[in-house]
Design a protein around this ligand. Sequence first.
Ligand SMILES: NC(=O)c1ccc[n+]([C@@H]2O[C@H](COP(=O)([O-])OP(=O)(O)OC[C@H]3O[C@@H](n4cnc5c(N)ncnc54)[C@H](OP(=O)(O)O)[C@@H]3O)[C@@H](O)[C@H]2O)c1
Length: 281
Amino acid sequence: MFGIIGLGAIGILLAYFLNKAGHVPYAVTRTRRDRYAIRAEGAEEAVEVVLVDKLPGSVRYSLIAVKAYDTESALGAVAGIPVVFQNGIGGLELARERLGLGIGAVVTYGVSREGGVAELRGRGEIILPEEAGELADALRAGGASVRIVRDVEPYRWLKTAVNAAINPVTALLRAKNGVVLESPHARALAEAAAREAGLVAERLGVRLPADPVEETLRVATATRENYSSMLQDVLAGRRTEVDYINGAVVSYGRRAGVEAPVNYALWLAIKALSDVQSRQL
Ligand SMILES: NC(=O)c1ccc[n+]([C@@H]2O[C@H](COP(=O)([O-])OP(=O)(O)OC[C@H]3O[C@@H](n4cnc5c(N)ncnc54)[C@H](OP(=O)(O)O)[C@@H]3O)[C@@H](O)[C@H]2O)c1
């Protein structure tokens, strides 16, 4: 049996795939909505879950789909093995530290959300390690594109490197992802951030599956008309995940003896932007 913690954009997408495979997952969420649904290519489908306050002991996998900064508050509801579906570095590590176990997953689908209705904006894949085989089978049976890898760590770091490059640059410039290709200055900044994140991963002994700069340019090309999640968070006055993206590159870099000055400057700039917005200066 499957449980989901956090019924936002990704939580609803996961519940949808599980529904399609014949499962109605248990779900714990913070703000309960009257209904949950997903929209894709103009059509809307209801998503079914059994809402509970804490996942029951029969749950084998707890799919954690809260923002990285909400992980701590989600851990009390976990049953079975936590599988962390988050961008950045830090949420999975916290789950492992507190609960002694945890599996990482990478999602490259693009999903937005208004209340309990998610909208699929970009098809991608879910990357899971071999030990989550039963979950991978269920998601795949529900129509998800799932890739099973021996070790998910290199994919988590590659996505973090791409996010560290595209997210803060687009949030600061208030521009679509394509700005990273169109402005040579934005591109230089993004490339430097991705390169640094790649060096940190390398020093940590993580061998990235692709060059982080090339991957950043590939993702920017594929998503050139999209607004990054960090830009959307900034515009909506919401907290960003920058501490788990650029902030994590800096802190993990320090532990590994590598400086990451571009990521540090981007982290400072996004934090300053949030300070200014929250005080409405
Ligand atoms: N959206 C995407 O396209 C996408 C793609 C790849 C990766 N990701 C990553 O996936 C993660 C989730 O993002 P998202 O876009 O799904 O965010 P989201 O739409 O904000 O959903 C997060 C959900 O978690 C709920 N929540 C927060 N704390 C909770 C708690 N303690 N217990 C239970 N529920 C709790 C939130 O409740 P409220 O409704 O009260 O806020 C919200 O419904 C992030 O790390 C993000 O970077 C997202």
